[in-house]
Ligand binder design. Structure first.
Ligand code: IVH
Length: 665
């Protein structure tokens, strides 16, 4: 029987959605890629010819709609909590015992699921249609990322359930898609993502859903809020699956904690055969009544716990050891490895921390070693396998000279690190400047590793003080530096002159003084000069500033070279003292702002917080109560509406001028 175009379209939509489900959710492909592509093409062609029959849940609709200006904030009616972790069988037994104590029951059964290593989201449906998707945010309010989520192939836009329902799950990126994405980014010279989780989070933050669609994100649903239906979590999952949600097939109903432990152990090695990363298992009390009785703490439910796998250790060969020189001159040995796959990504370098660690491990060049990687942390060498030595392994030499500038190295008292003492050492110079411009420091956008290297090599920078004396004429001469990039960079540099005091302290790059210590110093002192004058006793009397930090601060400010650089900053107009905004912070009180388009110097959140901090108000829509519209590039419809209402439209620069004027009044 020949089908009408309408019938064939309906059939194809069903088939392709089913094949997607089998491939991505069940991990069980049932047709070849070639056959899949043929069907997809046929559907595309039919939809083009008969657009009137296009279905809202067609897989061809997952290409992403119009770009957004910003994400709206949405409140979670039920907070999105986090989960306690366990790391051993004993801790799982303790978890079980505690539950039994708390609710006074003898037997508790559990559901054990995979702990997907991605980004938690909440999805809302009504009349069987997906209409809202929100990130976890701070647990109480998140971003409305509905349009981005719509692009996820395995996220059903329609379900077989008409009542309003909220479900939660994890968005993730498969390992193969992650490798592919990073390869493309490498070719384009873009920053690489550290792992699939970061890539997922980064993708969901994109404002252009079309770009999100290209990332091929996936989702599993693990929680659903249903009023009076199922009595157990297991039934909830079955129900969610039946009405069309992607629920992972890898889950188990366990009668007791012994079965839970067995199932967790089973996945210890099996997890590497999955096409995506998991970072553990999740154990949930099965009975919903019991869950309710147990309740939650402010941070996490008492009825669930995560079981984290120990970090995966993989063996490989140390091909060489190189020495890197850091910002403060520390020499760090790094092992160059035969590339291996560790916890889902290819590893070809691992830190050896310091030369004492090399001694402790007994590692030689040519050795077979175990490496491990946990989370974001740089992979490290954890153990040598001396049994498989061939005899041609080479000892690692402890350098006596800095590999970059040739200075004789020094070893600090009470410290294991070997350092290059030359603060003019190019390695240190570059690293210091990179640190100075970095996010938590002066936050100079565009001044990353690549340009710092070029500027230093071209003798435009010899310390971070020079940043404020860079000239348009010098920069524009450089290869691959266009007018726009130069202007943007100079603007970012200018803007950094008023960075908060704590960030400036951190930017100086004083050894042992991280951002936290910098904040403490910024609370204690009102200016750089005051810190400079402070005695060792005064410094070490500050809570959380230990003697090593105090000594390091003194050392920093007694170094002539450092003082010269600080003078350069001062002369350039870099703010060297604590904000005085406190007293006159309400300078924008009574004013309402609307923002449209993309700003150069602030993200949406940054400008909103800034205006709020100064006592002003920011609203999403233009009305007659709006005082100013701050207009960036590619403004939206708010601009026209503002014009129609006769509201003052100002640029970002005009806004900054306004703030400056009011501040100096
Ligand atoms: S249930 C908080 N089930 O883990 C209790 N969470 O560490 C409800 N996660 O934010 C969460 N896989 O993003 C649950 N099968 C799973 C999960 C899972 C991953 C994530 C989730 C949550 C985080 C808590």
């Amino acid at each position: 029987m020949i089908k009408t175009p309408k019938e064939r379209i309906e059939e194809l939509v069903k088939l392709i959605n089913y094949y997607n489900y089998m491939y991505y959710v069940e991990n069980n492909p049932v047709i070849s890629d070639y056959e899949y592509d043929q069907l997809y093409k046929e559907l595309l062609e039919l939809e083009e010819k008969f657009p009137q029959y296009k279905l809202p849940d067609s897989p061809t609709q997952k290409v992403g709609g119009k770009p957004l200006e910003e994400f709206k904030t949405v409140e979670h009616k039920i907070p999105m909590l986090s989960m306690d972790n366990t790391y051993s069988d004993e801790e799982l037994i303790e978890f079980d015992a505690k539950i039994k104590r708390m609710v006074d029951v003898r037997d508790v059964d559990y559901v054990v699921e995979l702990k997907y290593d991605g980004v938690a989201v909440s999805l809302h449906y009504k009349n069987g249609e997906f209409f809202l998707g929100v990130t976890r945010g701070d647990g109480f309010r998140g971003d409305d990322i509905t349009e981005n989520l719509r692009t996820i192939k395995t996220l059903p836009l329609k379900i077989k359930y008409k009542e309003p329902i909220e479900v939660r799950g994890e968005v993730y990126m498969r390992k193969d898609d992650f490798e592919k994405l990073n390869k493309e980014r490498k070719e384009k010279g873009e920053v690489l993502f550290a792992n699939p989780r970061n890539a997922t989070a980064g993708s969901l933050k994109l404002l252009d859903p079309k770009l999100v669609a290209q990332r091929n994100l996936q989702i599993f649903i693990y929680q659903g809020f249903l009023n009076n239906g199922p009595k157990t979590h297991w039934e909830v999952l079955e129900f969610l699956k039946n009405i069309g949600f992607p629920v992972s097939p890898y889950r188990k109903h366990c009668k007791n904690i012994k079965e839970v432990i067995e199932y967790c152990n089973e996945w210890q090695d099996k997890r590497f055969s999955l096409p995506y990363n998991i970072d553990g298992m999740v154990i949930k009390v099965n009975s919903l009544d019991l869950q309710k009785n147990l309740g939650t703490t402010t941070k996490s439910p008492r009825w669930a716990v995560a079981y984290k796998f120990p970090a995966e250790q993989v063996s490989t060969i140390v091909k060489d050891v190189i020495v890197q020189v850091g910002r403060t001159g520390t020499l760090t040995p790094v092992a160059i490895l035969e590339p291996v796959l560790v916890s889902g990504t290819t590893v070809s370098r691992a830190t050896l921390h310091n030369f004492d660690e090399i001694k402790r491990l007994g590692v030689k060049i040519g050795d077979r070693v175990f490496v491990e990687k946990s989370g974001e942390i740089i992979p490290k060498v954890v153990k040598v396998i001396p049994e498989v030595r061939k005899g041609n392994e080479k000892d690692i030499q402890i350098p006596t000279e800095c590999p970059v500038c040739g200075s004789k190295v020094v070893k600090d008292r009470e410290e294991v690190a070997i350092r290059c003492p030359n603060i003019r050492c190019p390695a240190q110079v570059k690293e210091r400047i990179i640190h100075f411009a970095s996010r938590d420091a002066m936050d100079i956008e565009g001044l990353g590793e690549k340009w710092v290297n070029i500027f230093v090599d071209n003798k435009l920078l010899s310390d971070y003080g020079d940043i404020y004396y860079l000239k348009y004429e010098d920069l524009i001469k450089l290869e691959r530096m266009g007018d726009k990039s130069v202007r943007n960079l100079l603007e970012a540099i200018e803007k950094s002159k008023t960075r908060p005091f704590a960030n400036l302290i951190y930017a100086l790059g004083i050894r042992h003084i991280g951002i936290h210590a910098s904040e403490i110093l910024a609370d204690e002192f009102t200016s750089i000069d005051e810190i400079k004058k402070a005695s060792l006793e005064k410094l070490s009397s500050i809570p959380e500033i230990g003697p090593i930090m105090a000594e390091s601060i003194k050392d920093f400010f007694s170094n002539e070279e450092n003082l010269k650089v600080i003078e350069k900053l001062r002369k350039a107009g870099v703010k060297m003292e604590r904000e005085k905004i406190e007293e006159k912070k309400e300078i924008l009180a009574g004013l309402t702002f609307v923002i449209t388009g993309t700003l150069k110097n602030y993200s949406r959140n940054e400008i909103q917080n800034y205006i709020k901090k100064l006592g002003g108000k920011v609203t999403n829509s233009v009305s007659k109560n709006t005082d100013y519209i701050i207009c960036g590039s590619e403004p939206g419809s708010k601009l026209e509406k503002g014009r129609a209402l006769g509201i003052k439209i100002i640029s970002e620069e005009e806004f900054e001028k306004l703030v400056k004027e009011r501040m100096s009044e």
